[in-house]
Design a protein around this ligand. Structure first.
Ligand code: G3H
Ligand code: 13P
Ligand code: ZN
Length: 312
């Protein structure tokens, strides 16, 4: 089937008490690993592309690779989404260029400016059959080239969400409840706790409306340990506990973003492979297990965290 929007996916996810995984893609092996897992587990999926991914791989290459996945898996619902669209022009380029969903990230702007920018994107997107995710509240961590220190992050204010959604006309809303971008989310030894009270108040004010969680990688310690065992130096890499993500997936949260866990799975696999085969130099030899590592990690998320398996 052709690429789909997230409308139907989110409606079913909301009603079914599960979430759709939104996985960042940057190359062929990542797209194959994710879609192999989703097809095998009958899970709809969102493949998302950041500004950095478009700069790295080029819009057309990513578009054609994702189209190849739709041909390879004709029964798999796939939405292609712009992650953290920084401005109207980037959103427009993705809408014109075949994406079915875009995010406009005005979360660092003052409230009125965020509304104005998001509304402008919504108007253009809806006129072209594309859906829009907007954001209220700021996450800590790194996204593209923007670093937000933990102290500068702020939880979404529930009293602002109705006005924001009504005035922008956005189709889903990313909120800040304590998740964070990157592999170094929390201080080692602390007990990360998402603000479910904020999530509950937001969903009470927006009944039936799809909520999005960014910064939701759990940073599996087996990957960090393997990276360190085979020559890496990652200390204090801590993610969001998966039981809290599972709880979020059963609520109004319909989309959960995962990127860092993909990177960790690949890096752990490649480091291990090359350490154990120092004479190998064919990229296919080490990218094959790396692609399988992405597939295994995504399978785990679909079945044990998101609950989106067997939903097609
Ligand atoms: O939230 C940001 C995503 O992890 C994308 O990361 O900008 O390095 O592609 P990137
Ligand atoms: P992670 O860094 O936790 O994987 O978050 C990814 C994300 O939110 C992409 O928008
Ligand atoms: Zn994000």
């Amino acid at each position: 089937m052709p690429l789909v929007t997230t409308t139907e996916m989110f409606k079913k996810a909301y009603e079914g008490g599960y979430a759709i995984g939104a996985f960042n893609v940057n190359n062929m092996e990542i797209i194959q690993g994710i879609t192999d897992a989703c097809a095998e587990n009958n899970s709809p999926v969102i493949l998302q592309v950041s500004k950095g991914a478009r700069a790295y791989a080029n819009h057309t290459y990513l578009m054609k690779l994702v189209e190849a996945a739709t041909v390879n898996y004709p029964d798999l619902p796939i939405a292609l989404h712009l992650d953290h669209g920084p401005d109207f022009e980037t959103c427009k380029a993705c809408i014109d260029g075949g994406f079915t969903s875009v995010m406009i990230d005005g979360s660092s702007l003052p409230f009125e400016e965020n509304i104005e920018l998001s509304r402008k994107v919504v108007e253009y997107a809806h006129a072209h059959g594309v859906v829009v995710e907007a954001e209220l509240g700021t996450l800590a961590g790194i996204e593209d080239d923007v670093v937000v220190e933990a102290g500068d992050a702020s939880y979404t204010k529930p009293e602002e969400v109705e006005e924001f959604v009504t005035r922008t006309g956005c189709d889903s809303l990313a909120i800040a409840i304590g998740t964070s971008h990157g592999a170094y989310k929390f201080k080692p030894g602390t007990n990360p706790q998402l603000r479910f009270d904020v999530l509950e108040e937001v969903s009470r004010r927006l009944p039936g409306f799809p909520i999005v969680l960014h910064g939701a990688s759990s940073v599996p310690q087996e990957f960090v340990e393997k990276i360190n065992q085979f020559g890496g130096a990652m200390s204090g890499a801590i993610g969001v506990p998966e039981d809290q993500l599972r709880q979020a997936a059963q609520s109004a949260v319909c989309k959960i973003n995962i990127d860092s866990d993909i990177r960790l799975a690949i890096t752990a696999s490649v480091r291990e492979y090359l350490a154990e085969h120092p004479d190998h130099f064919d990229p296919r030899q080490y990218l094959k297990p790396a692609r399988q590592a992405v597939k295994d990690m995504v399978t785990h998320k679909l079945v044990n965290v998101l609950g989106s398996n067997d939903r097609i």
